[in-house]
Every structure is written in structure tokens, then in C-alpha cells.
Design a protein around this ligand. Sequence first.
Ligand code: NAP
Length: 294
Amino acid sequence: MTAKIIDGKQIAAQMREELKAEAARLKERGIVPGLGVILVGDNPASQSYVTAKEKACREIGIYSDDNRLPASTGQRELIALISRMNSDPKIHGILVQLPLPKHLDENEVLFAVTPEKDVDGFHPVNVGKMVAGQRAFLPCTPNGVVQLLLRSGVRIEGAHVVIVGRSNIVGKPLANMLIQKSPTGNATVTVCHTRTKNLSSHTLRADIIVAAAGCPNAITADMVKEGAVVIDVGVNRIEDATKKSGFRLVGDVDFEGVKEKASLITPVPGGVGPMTITMLLYNTVESAKRADGV
Ligand code: NAP
């Protein structure tokens, strides 16, 4: 079997068109969804993420309030900016780009964002609500994975999903989302990590594998059941002398081998990546709708 490719770029583009229409409807009611963006320091990867997020906001009609602060910014100054955004009615979502410089307390900063504007879904109140199955902002990457599955016609209900990785931003929230008693959940979930014994004994039983390990070739063809759906969240840089940059991006899955066994597979790049920013836009528009009483 050769897998069909799940085109994350195309699914993301379709969702962004829907959000553009939603933002236009809100504008007719006098509301422009607003995202407050905070970047501290000059980490090149963070700078390019933030630039991409700001561009995506402009394209769909979200106002973005950009704040690029020097690496020397203090904790109090940062919290004061977040407090201003918390009470600014033009701002519906607040994004603090991580990682923060070492001298800043990341947990305290994320906690300072009011849960009503926590469009990253990292605040403990939103995490708790998600676990309890209540309405909450869902974290963008795992929510992007769920959207990719649903919009590719994959049945999540009743499926055995094996997630490789248990981070707070991908593996753990995804597992929680998929076990909810809801039409987008109802899966049976196994979560694997570096202490898991005999990883392939788990992945071989999976109807859906989600690789979020940050490790190239963590999933190879011999670990995949014929016809399984394989979602690759990993983004890893590997050396490549043929590239001007000297490197290329690969996922956690041996794409060439696994695509001969899977029924559906995401590429890297062009799979989960484009969905992450899209879900941030989605949460920001949702927040504006909630502020409008929808
Ligand atoms: P992380 O915090 O480093 O967590 C990685 C997890 O994978 C850990 O739970 C680790 O186990 C587990 N793991 C690592 N190697 C493993 C192996 N060989 N076998 C089994 N488990 C293994 O990473 P993350 O932040 O979740 O990110 C994971 C990957 O997704 C990275 O490549 C990252 O760049 C990518 N990512 C992509 C997007 C996107 O938008 N496309 C967004 C977020 C992350 P332990 O807990 O035992 O250490």
C-alpha cells in the first residue's frame, strides 16, 4: 500500500479562508479580533515564528499588537505588559513566544495571561478545563493534529491511537483531547516515551500513530501496521551539504519507508506545521466571538 499524503498546507489554507469569513462577519458587528504578541530577545527561530504569525494575522483580518522586547527585559516589566493586554478590549488573545530568556520565570509569565485570552491554551485553568472536558482554549499543535485527522476523514472514535512523546505542549494534551467523550474523541490512547519498553509492540497495534518525539527515524516501517494513519509532528534539523543552509528539516518518521505501509501520512514540512499557526488564529477569532457574547 502506498499512503495518501495529508496535505497540511491545503487544509490550513481552507481553515484560514473560513476564519477570514468569520473575521469579516465580526467586523460587520464592529469587532476586529486582536492578538497581542510578545517576543523577548533575539532567538532567530522565535523571530521567524513570530513574523509568520503576524503575517498570518494580517492575511485573515486579525489586528496584531506586536511587542519585540530586548533580552534584558525584566520579569516585572513583562508581567506589566501582559496585565495591560489582559485589560485591553482590543486584544482577544495573548501570545508569549517561548522559550523566554533564562532569567525569566516562564511559569509565572504564562500564569499572568488571563485564561480568557490564553489562546495558546497553556494556562493551568485552560489545561484543567480541557482535562475535565469543559469549553477551553485547546493548545494549537495537538488541536491541529485533531483537525488534520477530522478533515482527512479519519475516524477517531474507537480508534487505538499511539502517541510517541509526552510533552506538555503536544503528547499530554493530545492524549487528553482524544480520550474525551465527544465526537472528536472517544479514542483509546497509549502514550509512549523514552522509558517505554519495546516501543514497536505498541506502535504495531495502532490504528493511528502520532510521532512527537523530536527524534529523526523514531518511527520506521517495521513499527507500523499495514493501513495505519501516521501523523508526524516532529521537526528536526539534519545536516545536508546539498542545501545552502547546510541542513534540512525532517520529521520523526522515516517517511519513505513508512509511506509504503500507511494508508495516510503527513509530510514534514507541510503536514502538522501549517496547522499550528492556523489553530492560534482560530483560538483568537473564537475569543473575539466569546467577547461578543457568541
Ligand atoms: P519534547 O518536549 O522534547 O518531548 C519529546 C517527547 O518524546 C518526550 O516525552 C520524550 O520522552 C519522547 N521521546 C523522545 N525520543 C523518544 C524515542 N526515541 N522514543 C520514545 N519517546 C521519545 O518535544 P515537544 O516539544 O513535544 O516536540 C516534539 C517534536 O515536535 C519536536 O521535533 C518539535 O520540534 C516538534 N514540534 C512541532 C510543532 C509543529 O508545529 N509542527 C509544534 C511543537 C513541536 P521523555 O519524556 O521520556 O523524555
